[in-house]
Design a protein around this ligand. Structure first.
Ligand code: IMP
Length: 401
């Protein structure tokens, strides 16, 4: 494994180079030791990673895992959509484990709030799509971003003023109720919602900040920032396999828009990939394995959703997809995870030809370069080529030159 010295930069983005679940949490947790701030820029509690810290096991969905390390600051940016009940549940878990977050956890006042009606409307919309459903995580993520773009979302900062919050919520609820009845034939269930949200608002009040000011001030003061992306490149709303995507910018550019930081302030982008590919939910997956092989890999890699428990679809490594991810994100370092899982399985790639991309492996293997051109969508039978021996260290890096 490379040492942390290989990431000497002040501000780097960690981004998923595939369809999410590449093990970003593990990398962020590892790198967090060398950074002052760990900041999350997109998505919501549709993401989730499990971190073992000391003797405890944490599933963190909203709070960056850097919070587990004493003295580190964790930031939830304006590009994140926040279900305050989910956030408070995470706060309770941290408190139970004796982790003091005072003055270290910061939540953007501009982040949009997820309400129960978002989940209700998402459920109805997915049911209405039938076979063409996206297979969302049912957390209300899409409808919350819809409201943000339609300019009638309600933000974290609105919780600070009870009167204004009630007024906004009433207006939105009456619009939503009409839409829900007309489109899906069901009324909205909004009983007690304002009071519940205002109570949750009191719990999170001390965390609320201007995340853009916070991060830019930190960088000005010479502090280092690790930007933690959620999901992965191919789930990005603009550059993923649309419409089978999530509703936010999961690519590296999302760090700028999701935290209020200029692109000139970011020094590098670490793309995270598995040694094979997985995806959850519906949508194109060019290197998907037949059932039997997928099952073996799924069982070995425990490839079940951290949030929903759904079995992940499994496939071979897709280098054309990775090349695309390198371009879209401006990836400077690729970290390959889960090599250990493939022990005894012939690891094959779906595609090839990434000019100049070479894999830096442990000394016993030596460098290896991909040199066969192929398109991600091609059905040519020779698309899967065995490429690697099967017992490497758990994690090593690819370098893009
Ligand atoms: P949504 O983000 O819940 O709207 O789901 C949209 C698509 O993104 C679905 O295919 C989900 O399975 C997928 N998705 C969302 N979050 C994650 C994640 O953290 N890992 C993998 N897939 C995800």
């Amino acid at each position: 494994m490379q040492s942390r010295r290989d990431f000497p930069m002040k501000s780097i983005v960690v981004v998923g180079a595939q369809w999410g679940d590449e093990g970003k949490g593990k990398v962020v947790d590892y790198l967090a030791a060398s950074f002052d701030y760990i900041a999350r820029c997109a998505g919501g509690h549709n993401a989730g990673h499990t971190v073992i810290f000391g003797n405890d096991r944490f599933v963190l969905q909203l709070i960056p895992c850097g919070i587990l390390r004493p003295g580190k600051h964790a930031v939830i940016g304006s590009g994140v959509v926040v279900d305050p009940a989910a956030l408070v549940a995470e706060l309770d878990t941290l408190a139970k484990s004796g982790i003091d977050i005072t003055g270290r956890l910061h939540l953007s006042n501009r982040a949009h709030l997820i309400f129960p009606y978002h989940r209700q409307m998402e459920k109805a919309a997915e049911a209405a799509r039938g076979e063409a459903k996206i297979g969302t995580t049912s957390r209300g993520i899409g409808p919350t971003y819809e409201d943000k773009m339609a300019r009638h979302g309600i933000r974290v900062g609105d919780l600070l003023n009870a009167g204004r919050f009630r007024e906004k919520l009433e207006r939105v609820i009456s619009d939503k109720d009409a839409v829900c009845r007309a489109t899906y034939g069901v009324p909205l269930d909004t009983e007690g919602m304002a009071e519940q949200y205002l109570a949750l608002g009191e719990r999170i009040r001390p965390l609320i900040a201007d995340s853009s000011e916070l991060i830019n001030d930190a960088l000005d003061a010479g502090k280092s920032v690790l930007f933690e992306g959620a999901q992965g490149t191919m789930l990005d709303i603009d550059f993923g396999t649309y419409p089978y995507v999530t509703s936010s910018n999961a690519i590296a550019g999302g760090a700028c828009t999701g935290l209020g930081v200029g692109p000139t302030r970011i020094n590098g982008v670490a793309g995270i990939t598995k040694a094979y590919t997985t995806r959850v939910g519906s949508g194109p997956f060019p290197t998907e394995m037949p059932d039997l092989e997928a099952k073996e890999l799924r069982d070995r890699g425990k490839e079940y959703g951290a949030v929903t428990g759904r079995p992940r679809r499994c496939g071979w490594l897709d280098l054309a997809e990775l090349r695309y991810a390198v371009r879209i994100n401006g990836i400077t370092t690729l970290v390959v995870q889960t090599i250990n899982i493939t022990n005894g399985i012939t690891l094959v790639v779906g595609t090839a030809s990434v000019p100049g991309l070479s894999i830096v492996t442990p000394a016993t293997i030596g460098p290896w370069t991909v040199n066969k051109a192929f398109s991600a969508n091609s059905e040519t039978p020779d698309r899967f080529r065995p490429i690697l021996p099967t017992s490497l260290a758990e994690m090593f890096t690819l370098r893009y030159r």
